[in-house]
Design a protein around this ligand. Structure first.
Ligand code: G3H
Ligand code: ZN
Length: 285
């Protein structure tokens, strides 16, 4: 059933595993991720970016699609629909109104006080209807920017994280500590010392963005330091597209989209199952 992230993340933090946020881009992504969660008996978070929202005919349609799939596929594990990197109060309200059970307000580009003010407004609205809220501080590297080389410029500052979490009452929190959206150029350089500080100071489940391409031992370390939600998008996109390419390359005559979208869906499902096992969420629903 559809639930907020609050309980699933608190439970994950208390029990030393992380729940995956897997971004959806279309019907096949959504089917694959829900089926993987059901087979693995894992809680799951469906991430929806504003761009993916527009691509899929809006937040309302997405909620209806997810609800219909939960019904038709007989999904019994906890599922959250989460606005990923929400950019304004209006956008968060739109998602909540459409039936999303969780929102992220990403005010990380704002000065601290403005980020806190915006986040607090979102929390006020969201908590009134049992919707969970994620906030962010610091900068997650942009796609193709590669590895962050100057931590002082981009990494979240622990004392600011403490202030934001305390003054806003968010349910979970994403301190940017060197992770990057999209593939990494070279090894990621995650700020584990700060992650531990942020965990100790805030006490809320932490979120690791840019989950694609982070080595397994770094994932385990992040989980041990309080990261209870890990976001993955690019890795599923790559596996889906590789599957499509393989089919089309081997059968240039093919014209039925189901013949390449089916294998794409299958490879997303396999990728998600692998992540759920790596994050330790399998069997936890
Ligand atoms: O918010 C979405 C995630 O941070 C996705 O990151 O595309 O690098 O896996 P990724
Ligand atoms: Zn992200």
């Amino acid at each position: 059933p559809l639930v907020s992230m609050k309980e699933m993340l608190n439970c994950a933090k208390d029990n030393g595993y992380a729940v995956g946020q897997f971004n959806i881009n279309n019907l096949e992504f959504t089917q694959a991720i829900l089926q993987a969660a059901e087979e693995e008996k894992s809680p799951v978070i469906l991430g929806v970016s504003a761009g993916a929202g527009r691509y899929m005919s809006g937040f309302k349609f997405i909620t209806r699609m997810v609800e219909a799939l939960i019904d038709e596929l007989e999904i019994t594990v906890p599922v959250a629909i989460h606005l990923d990197h929400g950019s304004s109060l209006e956008q968060c309200v739109q998602a909540i109104h459409a039936g999303f059970t969780s929102v992220m307000i990403d005010g990380s580009h704002l000065p601290l006080e403005e980020n806190i003010e915006l986040t607090r407004q979102v929390v006020d609205v969201a908590h009134a209807v049992n919707v969970s809220v994620e906030a962010e501080l610091g900068r997650v590297g942009a796609q193709d920017s590669g590895v962050i080389t100057n931590p002082e410029e981009a990494y979240a500052i622990p004392s600011e994280c403490e202030k934001l979490v305390e003054e806003t009452g968010v349910d979970c929190f994403a301190p940017a500590l060197g992770s990057v959206h999209g593939p990494y150029k070279g090894e990621p350089n995650l700020g584990f010392d700060r992650m531990k500080e942020v965990m100790d100071l805030t006490g809320v489940p932490l979120v690791l963005h840019g989950g694609t391409g982070i080595p397994a031992q770094d994932i385990q370390k992040a989980i041990s330091l309080g990261s209870a939600k890990i976001n993955v998008n690019t890795e599923n996109q790559i596996s889906a597209t590789n599957a499509v390419r393989e089919v089309l390359n081997s059968k240039p005559e093919l014209y039925d989209p189901r013949k390449f979208l089916g294998p794409a869906r299958e490879s997303i499902k396999e990728t998600v199952i692998g992540k759920m096992r790596e994050f330790g969420s399998s069997g936890k629903a």
